[in-house]
Design a protein around this ligand. Structure first.
Ligand code: AMP
Ligand code: MG
Length: 294
């Protein structure tokens, strides 16, 4: 999944270490299902075949895809697990320092859209309506993996645990004697601070560490599915939610939508969020939901 996972478990040393090893193995198996960094993952293989006829997929892949489509609809299409063709154009643009031309964008657009992904729960199969479609779980896979890992630790008897999937956090009960896990947000900015949290999830998107600059404009690696190119505002979105997959999905979606729409989105999905946005030539804006720790 292109990231480093970190697990913290409180308990007796040996059983805790054994539990963590078991969970790391599960994460490796998940990687084999969800990754788009490897050609032989179940996701990549399924996409290659699922347009000819419905392709039966594993319960895990089915669950993540179904969640991705549902979150896509819930965010009005801001989160779109079919954006892969746009992501590939973006990578090329980054390499060539030139925006994709309108024809390339139009061609990619034919292969993008969550309405072109058909899941059949009865046969547990995936069908892609158009050849050349590619699915991208980059915006939700790490969150899903963090949730699964925390659940596994809990079922092994370690309630006081946390999983860090490259910045997407799933938090269990606090460390013994503490009020919560200390979570740093806004690192490297003038808004750096510590939150104390437990039994919830936190994810951040943005911060401008991945961008391409063309003709003096910075484009993010987060794509606006309506235009097919990276968003041009800078900043970050941090979401606190019950599950890490939702925090991960919403953090990405909040980077896409206009700030005024973000509030309605977070309210509708009952999550807490903080969006920091710098648009070219404008003052930095910050919008926080009432329940987000100030
Ligand atoms: P995240 O770091 O969680 O915000 O996810 C960013 C990654 O998700 C990118 O590197 C792309 O692979 C993918 N992506 C980019 N834009 C979108 C989008 N609008 N919806 C879903 N996935 C996206
Ligand atoms: Mg995300």
């Amino acid at each position: 999944m292109g990231t480093v996972f970190r697990i913290v478990v409180h308990g007796r040393r040996e059983p805790a270490a054994a539990a963590a090893s078991e969970v790391f193995e599960s994460i490796d198996r998940l990687e084999q299902v969800l990754s788009d960094y490897r050609d032989d993952s179940e996701l990549v293989q399924a996409c290659r075949e699922a347009w000819r006829e419905p392709k039966v997929i594993s319960p895990t892949l089915y669950e993540v895809l179904a969640a991705g489509l549902e979150l896509g609809r819930a965010t009005g299409g801001a989160l779109d697990i079919t954006v892969r063709p746009f992501v590939e154009l973006w990578r090329l643009a980054r390499h060539q320092k030139r925006l994709p031309d309108p024809e390339q964008l139009a061609e990619a657009r034919r292969r993008v859209g969550i309405d072109k992904v058909l899941l059949n729960p009865r046969t547990r199969s995936l069908r892609l309506a158009v050849p050349g479609m590619k699915l991208d779980l980059g915006a939700i896979g790490k969150g899903y993996a963090a949730d699964q890992a925390l659940r596994q630790l809990q079922s092994l008897g370690f309630a006081s645990a946390m999983v860090d999937a490259g910045g997407d956090l799933a938090l269990g009960l606090p460390p013994p004697g503490r009020r919560g896990w200390r979570v740093q947000i806004g690192a490297g900015t003038d808004r750096e601070r510590l939150l104390v949290l437990s039994r919830c999830s936190v994810a951040t998107s943005g911060d401008g560490y991945q961008f391409v600059e063309i003709d003096g404009i910075r484009y993010s690696h987060i794509i606006d599915p309506r235009t097919g190119i990276g968003v041009t505002h800078q900043g970050s979105a941090t979401v606190i939610a019950d599950e890490a997959i939702r925090a991960d999905a919403l953090a990405t979606a909040l980077m896409v939508v206009p700030m005024e729409d973000g509030e309605a989105l977070t309210r509708r999905l009952s999550v807490e969020s903080e969006v920091v946005r710098r648009s070219p030539g404008e003052l930095t804006k910050i919008v926080r939901t009432p329940g987000f720790p100030a």
